[in-house]
Write a protein that binds this ligand. Structure first.
Ligand SMILES: [Fe+2]
Ligand SMILES: [Fe+2]
Length: 325
């Protein structure tokens, strides 16, 4: 750093010591621009269902919900995120519940959702309302609704939860509270004032219908889940999409300032992220980091169906959402 000739280095050091002692910082005393660009640490990666499923099932040997843990989950931990969440804003975990098990009722400041993957008989209670979850169903637990889970079926059930907890933690407003009773009484809460249960049957039928009408050059057939009362994204922080990449389609590449966690509901394909090709198939998960160039392809003969969770509404609200080809 250059300083006026009338002041010596010693004088500057003495001055800076006084600045620091006063609880102040003089950023100009360090080299480099005042506001430095920061490259994302979020990495593009794939989690294989073939690896997740056996490890998830084995976790039942060690832990049970309500007995030492609230949820039997395995989180998708991005190696680039120090907090071991899936992206810097999104946390996704796969949850496993055996027949007859109940995951305790709680509520928290992060918004959450779950997408049902395997098994019949699972339910989520949301403020006293009981939603039976069939594979492909999406159930929302917006903050601060009380919610719990159970499995009334005869086989284990698996779903994944998605939360905006990393951003809530960053904002220093992360709170959680457990309801004393193990089960949430059904039908005694104020019924949720908004749609919280999006059935797969309805979503998939709408996707098939959309496929007849239009396609998007970057995502092929893409449909966002919205709140029917407002027409807006499901949460102020997170948006959910279901999309179909039809056989033979290779989308055009684009990049967005948002990040995304993708789940392969059905079929197989590949996504090229910043030049790296990631193959995926049913049950797998993959990440698109912020502003990473990406394109999807389906080289098979059957349609590929993807569900994704993206922080687009958060970036939009901050005036930071951008998309470029
Ligand atoms: Fe929860
Ligand atoms: Fe995209």
């Amino acid at each position: 750093m250059e300083q006026p000739a009338t002041r010596s280095v010693e004088e500057l050091e003495q001055y800076l010591a006084l600045v620091h002692a006063a609880g102040l910082d003089a950023p100009w005393s360090r080299p480099g621009p005042l506001i430095e660009s920061k490259k994302t640490r979020v990495q593009s990666c794939v989690w294989r269902w073939a690896e997740i499923e056996p490890l998830l099932k084995r976790s039942a040997d060690f832990i049970a919900p309500g007995k030492g843990t609230e949820r039997r989950i395995l989180r998708l931990a991005n190696p680039g995120v120090p907090e071991r969440t899936s992206t810097h804003t999104l946390s996704v975990a796969v949850q496993y519940l055996l027949p007859g098990e109940v995951a305790p009722v709680h509520r928290h400041s992060p918004n959450a959702l779950r997408f049902m993957m395997r098994g019949q008989g699972a339910y989520t209670t949301v403020d006293g309302d009981k939603c039976l979850m069939k594979p492909g169903d999406l159930v929302l637990t917006p903050t601060p609704m009380m919610h719990g889970h159970g499995n009334e079926g005869s086989e284990p059930v698996i779903w994944f939860d998605g939360l905006d907890s990393p951003i809530v933690r960053y904002l220093e407003v992360l709170t959680q509270e457990r309801q004393p009773a193990d089960r949430q009484p059904i039908g005694v809460g104020a019924r949720p004032q908004r749609l919280i249960h999006y059935r797969w049957q309805t979503a998939y039928a709408a996707l098939l219908q959309l496929a007849e009408l239009e396609a998007n050059p970057f995502d092929d057939v893409l449909m966002e889940y919205v709140d029917p009362a407002t027409g807006r994204s499901l949460f102020p922080t997170m948006a959910c999409y279901v999309q179909m990449v039809r056989p033979g389609v290779h989308t055009r590449a684009h990049r967005q300032t948002s990040s995304a966690v993708y789940h392969v509901v059905r079929g197989a394909g590949c996504t090229v992220v910043d030049g790296v090709r990631h193959e995926w198939k049913e049950g797998d998960f993959f990440i698109i980091p912020p502003f990473a160039r990406h394109e999807h392809a389906n080289e098979g003969t059957d349609p590929a169906i993807l569900f994704s969770l993206q922080d687009v509404p958060l970036l939009t609200a901050l005036g930071l959402y951008r998309e470029e080809e």
